[in-house]
Design a protein around this ligand. Structure first.
Ligand SMILES: Nc1nc2c(c(=O)[nH]1)N[C@H]1C(S)=C(S)[C@@H](COP(=O)(O)OP(=O)(O)OC[C@H]3O[C@@H](n4cnc5c(=O)[nH]c(N)nc54)[C@H](O)[C@@H]3O)O[C@H]1N2
Ligand SMILES: Nc1nc2c(c(=O)[nH]1)N[C@H]1C(S)=C(S)[C@@H](COP(=O)(O)OP(=O)(O)OC[C@H]3O[C@@H](n4cnc5c(=O)[nH]c(N)nc54)[C@H](O)[C@@H]3O)O[C@H]1N2
Ligand code: SF4
Ligand SMILES: [Mo]
Length: 682
């Protein structure tokens, strides 16, 4: 019999980059996956995770049916029983305590899984709760908020640049599209600078490598601004025409000399001067701040402000290779917010609201302390907060106090183990979606239809089906008006001018949804002054420094000398691993072979001091807990620094070491890049 074979062009979805793929489906089974040549991000290439996507989808450990926890463990139940019981419980809790008693968390949110996050958000809002949480309150949104404060809009660093400042960002592990672009542009004469406590392999091709103490990037940035101003290397035309507050910056920055920064950052003053000059003299230069690295430090928001000011005073805004304000993504909004403020909004007001513009996310570091007084029911839709959020101990203890915990995932996770109900989710090849590459993909305004290439496996449901059916049980079915996934996607696409049918039949490979426009607009910037705000009234009004400043990590050799006696090493957690996305894909054999176990990285001198050898099992300890893993001793790592990867479960879970109470003061992000720890041989 002839086989029924089709080729489906869709996106990868295994991380937010959303590369294009070509999937061969034979008699209903996906049998081959390749990179899509015409896709502007990955041009036919796939990273190791992308190449192993089908092994993940057809993993025999996939959750197959809904399960309920009994005293004897999890048992299979029907979807109908699960949703009926969950709805009953939710309604009882709502009646007694009000709707805000429900918290909803969605993991790696956004580009890669718009419907997952959007529908979870909608569900929480139509139930009446403001408490939606996501990785956005630990990752990336801080920089969006900060750039919105400064520019009114969000300028993104481009894929093609003349000078790539990799500032706590390692594309080799975490940013495959940028790695491809970087390699191409290196051949054309582009330069790289690496600022990192680890001499990452790209540093070998770099113009400069700056070995920095974790958590001190703000001091380096301030000193660079100092040099650029002192040596008059700034772009005065740009500053005069488009900015306000430069005069105030000039006097403010006098205190931040390279010598001052050298003591804090470990970077020699002359290197700071050299980098400042290189940056200021290159047009089309761009700072690629770590996607979350800079956010997860005490000085996070002010780091982002300082990076913005470096781009501004050198005129590297809206030019090729600098930071460019894109055309905006005109999608139909399936999520929604409620009037009431979410948890954390009072304490971290700029994360929630900027000049009347609300961002309907709660601050996730506030979750453990709010259970059970404020939150009694919690949904986790595609995330593993017990492993991925800072302070696993606090999350685990808090989740045990919940009246209801529901997890929707493809696999059993450590969060799932604590749940009352675990519900099986579809993979991206089993449902329809919108795939777009945008902010995190360097402002590339490209869109494609994520196609349902295969039928749903087992009894797994998409988020559309889960929330539509659960809403019916709750008596709010009308709030999920879309009769099918296709209808939902058509709604999202409407404002783009591209239709579902067009993207399915005429442009299966995707399309640019708008053109990127360089240069300045006559009407200026959407800030109160219509200019780029070097001096920020918005920050001043809430009582924060209106010009960038530097704050030491809460736990550091300088700020906590007492703690240093017990915890003498500097800990940075969460360096990416090209074979995994956070806690995912650990079951995939081909990836396991490449990266079989977690490894903490330290310098040879550190190893010698603590009598540790390469390959030893070590115990790493902080005030919050201990982890055990292997150690890799490497010349590439700065002395006195311990780099611990995240996403590993059990005794190697890095977030056993981190602390929800150690937070950046403006947006409430956890400080996980600069803590203190001790290390010993296991
Ligand atoms: N393969 C893979 N790719 C991913 C992910 C994944 O899990 N796996 N996760 C995705 C997500 S959600 C995100 S947010 C991004 C994260 O992306 P990034 O935040 O850019 O993380 P990395 O690329 O690992 O780069 C972090 C680098 O910063 C260095 N570093 C550590 N502490 C400091 C510090 O205090 N200052 C400076 N200057 N450097 C420091 C580390 O040594 C490391 O080389 O990656 C995304 N891409
Ligand atoms: N110490 C430390 N911790 C960190 C970081 C760090 O640098 N250091 N980085 C943080 C960052 S930046 C981030 S973004 C977070 C990520 O945090 P999470 O998003 O919580 O981490 P993941 O392990 O990727 O969990 C995603 C889950 O979604 C499931 N899933 C995948 N696709 C679908 C789907 O279509 N539907 C449903 N329902 N489920 C799906 C996967 O099986 C997986 O279990 O981790 C953070 N944790
Ligand atoms: S970088 Fe890798 S995992 Fe991420 S979308 Fe591209 S191919 Fe998939
Ligand atoms: Mo992230």
């Amino acid at each position: 019999m002839t086989k029924n074979v089709k080729e489906v062009l869709t996106d990868c979805t295994l991380c937010y980059h959303s590369c294009g793929t070509k999937v061969t489906v034979e008699d209903g089974k996906a049998i081959k996956i390749k990179g899509l040549e015409s896709h502007p991000l990955n041009r036919g290439m796939l990273c190791p995770k992308g190449r192993a996507a089908l092994d993940n989808i057809y993993d025999p450990d996939r959750l197959q049916y809904p399960m309920k926890k009994f005293n004897s463990g999890f048992k299979r139940i029907t979807w109908d029983q699960a949703l009926t019981e969950i709805a009953e419980k939710l309604l009882t809790l709502k009646k007694e305590f009000g709707p805000a008693v429900l918290g909803v968390f969605s993991g790696s949110i956004g580009v890669e899984n718009l419907e997952m996050a959007g529908l979870a958000h909608r569900f929480e809002a139509v139930f009446g709760s403001p408490n939606f949480f996501s990785v956005e309150s630990i990752c990336y949104r801080m920089r969006i908020r900060t750039r919105q404060i400064t520019f009114g809009k969000y300028p993104a660093e481009e894929l093609d640049s003349n000078l790539y400042i990799l500032w706590g960002h390692n594309p080799q592990e975490s940013d495959f599209p940028l790695l491809l672009a970087l390699k191409k542009n290196l051949k054309k004469g582009a330069k790289i600078v690496v600022i990192d406590p680890k001499r990452i392999s790209l540093a070998d091709q770099a113009e400069m490598y700056l070995k920095i103490r974790p958590g001190t990037d703000g001091a380096l940035a301030l000193a660079m601004i100092h040099v650029i101003i002192q040596e008059k290397l700034y772009d005065i035309d740009f500053i005069d025409k488009y900015t306000t507050g430069f005069d105030k910056l000039v006097s403010h920055i006098q205190q931040y000399t390279p010598e001052w920064a050298e003591k804090i950052t470990w970077v020699p003053a002359e290197m700071i001067c050299k980098l400042a000059r290189l940056f200021a003299k290159t047009k089309g230069a761009s700072i690629y701040q770590g996607t979350c690295t800079q956010d997860q430090t005490a000085n996070g928001t002010q780091n982002s402000r300082a990076f913005s000011i470096l781009q501004i005073i050198t005129g590297n805004i809206n030019n090729h290779g600098g930071w460019v304000i894109g055309p905006g993504l005109p999608l139909g909004n399936i999520g929604m917010g409620v009037e009431e403020k979410p948890l954390g909004a009072d304490r971290f007001p700029l994360f929630y609201e900027i000049r009347g513009k609300k961002s309907h996310f709660g601050v996730v570091t506030c979750v453990p302390e709010s259970i059970p007084e404020k939150i009694k029911a919690f949904f986790v839709i595609g995330g593993n907060p017990v492993v991925s959020m800072a302070d696993s101990n606090a999350f685990t203890e808090a989740f045990k106090r919940l009246n209801l915990l529901v997890v929707h995932d493809l696999f059993m996770t450590e969060t799932g183990e604590l749940a009352h109900y675990v519900l099986p989710a579809c993979s991206h090849l089993e449902k329809w979606g919108v795939a777009y590459t945008y902010n995190v993909c360097h402002g590339l305004p490209y869109l494609m239809l994520r196609k349902k290439a295969i039928e749903t496996l087992y009894e797994s449901w998409s988020e559309w089906k889960l929330f539509t059916e659960l809403a019916k049980k709750l008596g709010i079915g009308d709030k999920f008006p879309w009769q099918s996934e296709e209808e939902l996607i058509a709604f999202e696409l409407e404002p783009t001018g591209l239709t579902f049918d067009e993207l399915l039949n005429e442009k299966p490979e995707g399309a640019f949804f708008k053109e990127k426009i360089y240069g300045m607009k006559a009407e200026g910037f959407p800030t109160p002054s219509r200019k780029i705000e070097i001096y920020s009234e918005t920050l001043a009004q809430i009582g924060f420094d209106p010009l960038p400043t530097y704050l030491e990590p809460k736990r550091s050799p300088m700020s906590s000398p007492m703690l240093l006696k017990k915890y003498p090493l500097i800990l940075s957690t969460g360096n990416r691993n090209r074979y995994y996305t956070h806690g995912q894909f650990r079951r995939v054999k081909s990836l396991q072979d490449k990266s079989p176990e977690p490894e903490a990285e330290i310098a040879p001198v550190t190893a010698l001091t603590y009598s540790i050898s390469d390959g030893d099992d070590v115990i790493i300890e902080t005030n919050r807990g201990v982890v055990k893993m292997k150690v890799q001793v490497s010349e590439r790592v700065a002395e006195g620094v311990v780099l611990v990867p995240h996403g590993w479960s059990g005794e190697a879970n890095a977030n056993l070491l981190t602390d929800t109470q150690c937070r950046e003061p403006i947006m409430g992000y956890p400080e996980v890049k600069a803590l203190l720890c001790a290390m010993r041989k296991a």
